[in-house]
Design a binder for this molecule. Structure first.
Ligand code: HSE
Length: 293
């Protein structure tokens, strides 16, 4: 085999209190094709700024070959992505996952998904986007002795997800730089309790429980100053009864609801209270993780 295309879903990490641990795969996709050649590296389908050897699909591709003690040959990489870049919907994780899976498939499929998760987690530093990108669905992950351990959780079929995606981006390193390195014990307890309730509410389809549980004291309060309109949008969503959180490190905001009319309400009301332009993307959970197409 000299060519392979990998499809990876978008992901939303944290889900409020599950900072660096919870994640969910969503119905936007990145397709990456890898074709081995004898002519160096060529990357197409993305902005010129991402066509060098630091492209994440390529770095993960090389990391997997290194772990297999295999030589890196030339490779053509073509990226077709629906996932908005630097918006908190897992665009970087999708490239890492595609690169890892592409290299593994091209060289005999010797590593397990867990092995690929180990390699990419060492690159990314946290598994919350990577795990649902690999496995699909709703996941929680922990890192134990340096290695990620992931479990899937059940999810009620009635949930609808609306991603509110602004016309500005927020680099994850900046969004992490504003977080404190230490937090009060009361905030840690708050997030542990709320996190457990979020998983149960998502399983049961209990909108009131989810709305109350989907609150956080580890990151959202520190990050909201980087996101114009955060408070106004949060106040608006609270009036609708939907659950609300920052998607990953932001700036995308996520509403989880069972109200099919929420998109229409937000389409009418959002422009009246915001300064930036926010696209409203209706999404559903993607239960299929990264795979060859
Ligand atoms: N858990 C990560 C964060 C997700 O919130 O910073 C972004 O990679």
């Amino acid at each position: 085999m000299s060519s392979v295309t990998i499809r990876v879903p978008a992901t939303t990490a944290n889900l409020g209190p599950g900072f660096d641990a919870f994640g969910c795969a969503l119905s936007l996709y990145t397709d990456v094709t890898f074709e081995e050649t004898d002519a160096g590296l060529e990357i197409t389908g993305c902005d010129e700024a991402y066509t060098g050897p630091d492209n994440m699909a390529y770095t993960a591709f090389c990391a997997v070959l290194a772990s297999l003690s295999e030589e890196v040959r030339g490779v053509k990489i073509h990226i077709e992505s629906q996932i908005p870049i630097c918006r908190g919907l897992g665009s970087s994780a999708a490239l890492l996952v595609a690169g890892a899976m592409g290299a593994n498939l091209l060289r005999g499929n010797k590593l397990s998904t867990q092995g690929l998760l180990n390699i990419t987690n060492a690159m990314e530093g946290h598994p919350d986007n990577l795990a649902p990108a690999f496995y699909g669905g709703l996941t929680a992950s922990m890192v134990d002795n340096g290695l990620p351990v992931t479990v899937n959780f059940p999810l009620h079929p009635d949930w609808e997800f609306l991603a509110l995606v602004p016309d500005f981006n927020l680099p994850t390193p900046l969004a992490r730089s504003v977080l404190p390195t230490e937090i009060p014990r009361s905030d840690a307890v708050y997030n542990i309790a709320h996190g457990a309730m979020v998983l149960k509410a998502l399983e049961l389809g209990d909108e009131k429980l989810l709305r109350n549980a989907m609150q956080d004291r580890l990151h959202q309060g520190y990050r909201k100053k980087l996101i114009p309109d955060f408070d106004a949008i949060q106040a608006l969503i609270r009036t609708t009864g939907a659950a609300f959180c920052l998607s990953g490190a932001g700036p995308t905001l996520l509403c989880i609801t069972q109200d099919p009319g929420l998109e229409e309400k937000l389409t009418e009301k959002l422009p009246k209270i915001t300064t930036a332009h926010w696209d409203i993307l209706p999404l559903h959970i993607e239960f299929q993780g990264a795979h060859r197409v």
